[in-house]
Design a protein around this ligand. Structure first.
Ligand SMILES: [Zn+2]
Length: 500
């Protein structure tokens, strides 16, 4: 089946054809690095890492870029509050972000360009817009003239008048409320760079246009991000990029659903709320990783289709952890009954299928191969990872039933053992397409022990503080600090993370 993707720009599912045959350029809007990464920051990278894995499997050469916004009003405000420079704060938060992505198996990102390292590209793009009359300068600010983009609104489907109500940025000195800042004149004591319009810093939208085009070319294949970025961010990226180059910007726009927090109200009914500071429901990834294995979190994210809202709750994660456990038990069962470790390479199904002589064996091989086709079909249908995860469960069920049917737990036949081990490898390699089953779950178990020991230490420290034994409490914190573990006291209790 040919790969089809839902394109927000055309609002239809289209057959995927890259700009350059065989090559795919993907750009994903990354975080503004001013606060520790929360679960919402991990969702798009997990999805796009998985999309890249599948495109690689299909034989494409893929470049995946995620940008880092390391200059912004929020960064300036937060760094002042913490008594740090903007660069120091960005460095710290970025470190946490990269650690979290690595833990979650997001290892296929080719470049993480930073806004502050691309000021030259940004200024050149703004200059291009000024030169062709699509941007104007007001006292050191530069604004994009939205009337110069004939099809402004084509991504979000909003008309300019409607669009205004949703604009985050109040561009007070622009000629029209729909015009947005490309470059902002520096206020006193703000970080700034020299430009043809005086010292200043880039607007948020322009950095993504400049960095994506610098790495992937003026027209590239896939632009992604959360649905909340469609307007104004992505709309403005399209307007400024296409007005500057006269060429189409990104061919396919893929947007993932909002991450929501599912909570139980006092009355017992469940509600899904947006993550927000005011609701106090933001969960950091580091915090989540102390409770759940990275594989559980990844499997949970992939168990929902990327365009649907993703509702996080401990209950859902507990369920996913149990579901992951059925795979681990099966891998152990295969090792026990066949003597083969399916995590390491060995004979694949194509090599051993000739050993399927009986009808039952034939049926088993066909069932396994049927799952392979189902998984590819799901991924070809707009990267339906939820369907793919369901197929992994189908395959696991098939293997378990076959082990029962041919009584491998007892003696068993050599041919059946070879078929079951090969089917187990098929399950592992199918999982790896999604970034799952990369390694035996020992890592997850070790994390469980580590997490239990940390809970114990935190309990002891809390008790010491309650008993006013502050010397002991401080000693626990300091000794953990020497081991590179930071404790943070929050209103919800003490949490820990590796690193500062
Ligand atoms: Zn962006």
């Amino acid at each position: 089946m040919a790969l089809r993707v839902y394109n927000t720009l055309t609002k239809t599912k289209e057959t995927f054809e890259p700009v350059r045959p065989g090559h795919v350029g993907m750009y994903l809007c990354g975080p503004t690095v001013y606060k520790p990464s929360h679960i919402g920051h991990a969702v798009s990278p997990i999805l796009f890492d998985t999309i890249k894995r599948y495109l690689l499997h299909k034989g494409f050469d893929v470049t995946l870029v995620i940008n880092i916004t390391d200059v912004d009003d929020k960064l300036i405000v937060e760094s002042r509050a913490q008594g740090l420079s903007m660069a120091q704060l960005a460095e710290q938060v970025m470190g946490n972000y990269f650690e979290c992505l690595d833990a979650l198996g997001v290892r296929n990102v080719d470049a993480f360009p930073k806004a502050t390292e691309n000021i030259g590209n940004i200024i050149a793009l703004v200059q291009r817009l000024v030169d062709n009359g699509a941007a104007y300068v007001v006292d050191g600010d530069v604004y994009f003239d939205h009337t110069k983009s004939a099809d402004y609104g084509k991504l979000s489907g909003r008309k300019v008048e409607e669009a205004l109500s949703g604009t985050r940025e109040v561009a007070s000195r622009s000629h029209h409320p729909a015009d947005f800042a490309l470059w902002k004149a520096a206020k006193a004591d703000e970080p700034s760079w020299n430009s043809p319009w005086g010292p200043g810093r880039p607007g948020w939208h322009i950095e993504c246009s400049a960095m994506s085009m610098a790495i992937l070319g003026e027209t590239f294949d896939i632009h992604g991000g959360g649905m909340d970025l469609i307007f104004p961010h992505h709309e403005n990226e399209i307007a400024q990029s296409e007005t500057a180059t006269g060429k189409p910007f990104a061919r396919y726009w893929l947007h993932n659903g909002l991450t929501r927090i599912r909570t139980k109200a006092a009355g017992g009914e469940w509600t899904n709320e947006k993550m927000s500071k005011s609701l106090g429901n933001i969960r950091t990834i580091s915090d989540l990783l102390t409770q759940y294995s990275p594989e559980t979190i990844r499997m949970f994210v992939l168990s929902t289709h990327y365009r649907r809202p993703l509702d996080f709750s401990d209950e859902q994660l507990d369920n996913t952890e149990k579901a992951a456990g059925t795979f681990y038990r099966l891998f152990e069962r295969i090792a026990r009954t066949t003597g083969e470790d399916v995590y390491t390479s060995g004979e694949g199904l194509n090599r051993v299928r000739d050993q399927a002589g009986s009808e039952l064996q034939q049926q088993f091989v066909n069932g396994v191969l049927g799952c392979r086709v189902k998984l590819y079909d799901a991924m070809d249908d707009d990267f339906n990872t939820a369907g793919a995860v369901a197929t992994l469960h189908d395959l696991a069920g098939l293997i378990n039933r076959y082990i029962d049917a041919c009584r491998l737990e007892g003696e068993g036949k050599t041919a059946d053992k070879a078929l079951v081990a090969a089917a187990g490898r098929e399950l592992i390699s199918s999982g790896r397409l999604l970034g799952l089953f990369e390694a035996p779950p020992a890592a997850a178990t070790a994390r469980g022990l580590e997490s239990d020991l940390m809970d114990l230490l935190i309990d002891l420290r809390t008790q010491a503080r309650r008993g006013k034994n502050f010397a002991m409490a401080d000693q626990i914190r300091d000794r953990l600090g020497e081991m590179g573990i930071t404790l943070e006291d929050t209103p919800g209790g003490t949490v820990w993370r590796k690193g500062t």
